[in-house]
Design a protein around this ligand. Structure first.
Ligand SMILES: NC(=O)c1ccc[n+]([C@@H]2O[C@H](COP(=O)([O-])OP(=O)(O)OC[C@H]3O[C@@H](n4cnc5c(N)ncnc54)[C@H](OP(=O)(O)O)[C@@H]3O)[C@@H](O)[C@H]2O)c1
Length: 295
């Protein structure tokens, strides 16, 4: 089975390439700019024609959450319009499409983990653009999976875990917000979950497709807990670590508002595809280990 994946240089796609090595029946065709530029709709159909995949995963996105507040038109073109065009191009070829989405479709006012059918109400341009992307995919291609994930880190690209380890090389103390709660999620685990869903599809069943799922690390944390655990795992391995000073969101103003609670309930995915995400602490240990063991 050939799977075309957009977002070639992104951390999720790098993680997918890593994990797909354990799936000999799958060929991942990772494409990026300029071959497939989601801001340029003319590049979409030729990329599908060139690679002739059996399934498409849209893991590319305009992910600069704060910058999106200043560039709403670009964020909308890439995150909202392009997924709809990709879904339309996929349906014309009879291809299923996986769209990666985000916890930032929620406003965070709920006092429990969000389920897939809970009311959405994005607080930011980025969140609104990703929500519009979900809606476009649902409208254009009934044969889809929409996977909402959250707080993603990995050995690849730019992410919170790598930023924390870098900061700890020069600082003994790091200030981190403590009043936002969510699910730290390793992109390597998202890759494993997504590959389980794709393998089920390769096995001939479309059961569970046409649905929206949450797929994020098990258990919840504040950003300060997330940072403290990264440093704890790094310290245990002789790597860089720092003391975490919890601060309030109000003390660290950002252009885009973030949901105070964006915990995601993931049981629907586990029931559909028999894959449960690891505990967020174990997942951090695996990624920190990849750095410290390599150095
Ligand atoms: N990171 C998180 O915490 C998080 C949380 C929830 C959901 N998500 C979602 O998870 C998915 C994967 O995110 P990630 O963390 O892997 O993101 P990432 O590392 O920032 O990678 C995003 C990728 O999208 C590509 N891209 C941006 N604009 C593009 C365009 N116009 N045309 C084609 N490609 C374009 C980038 O290409 P270049 O390399 O050329 O710049 C990059 O390869 C996204 O859908 C994101 O919204 C992420």
């Amino acid at each position: 089975m050939k799977v075309l994946v957009t977002g070639k240089h992104g951390q999720l796609v790098q993680s997918l390439l890593d994990r797909a090595a354990a799936h000999p029946g799958l060929t991942l065709l990772a494409v990026g700019r300029p071959e497939l530029d989601l801001a340029d709709p003319r590049t979409i159909e030729p990329a599908l024609a060139r690679h002739a995949p059996d399934l498409v995963v849209n893991a590319a996105a305009y992910t600069a959450v704060d910058q999106a507040e200043d560039e709403p038109a670009v964020a909308h073109a890439v995150n909202a319009e392009a997924p709809g065009l990709l879904a339309r191009a996929a349906v014309a070829r009879g291809l299923p499409l996986v769209q990666i989405s985000t916890d930032y479709v929620f406003d965070g006012a709920l006092g429990r983990p969000y389920r897939e059918d809970d009311a959405v109400n994005p607080l930011s341009v980025y969140g609104a653009s990703k929500l519009a992307g979900e809606e476009a995919v649902r409208r254009e291609n009934p044969d889809h999976l929409i996977l909402r994930t959250a707080w993603v880190y990995s050995p690849y690209g730019r992410n919170f875990l790598k930023t924390m380890l870098k900061l700890a090389e020069t600082r003994s103390e790091v200030h981190v917000v403590s009043d936002q709660t969510g699910n730290p999620t390793s992109a390597l685990d998202i890759a494993d979950g997504l590959l389980a869903a794709i393998e089920a599809r390769r096995g001939g069943t479309a059961a569970g497709w046409g649905t929206t799922y949450h797929l994020a690390g098990t258990g919840a944390a504040g950003w300060h807990d997330f940072a403290a655990h990264i440093f704890e795992e790094s310290r245990r391995r002789g790597g860089p670590h720092a003391r975490v000073v919890p601060i309030a969101t109000a003390d660290f103003p950002t252009k885009a508002a973030r949901p105070p609670n964006s915990r995601l309930a993931c049981d629907r995915f586990a029931e559909a595809f028999g894959f449960a995400m690891p505990d967020w602490r174990e997942a951090i240990a695996a990624v920190v280990g990849a750095f410290t063991d390599a150095s």
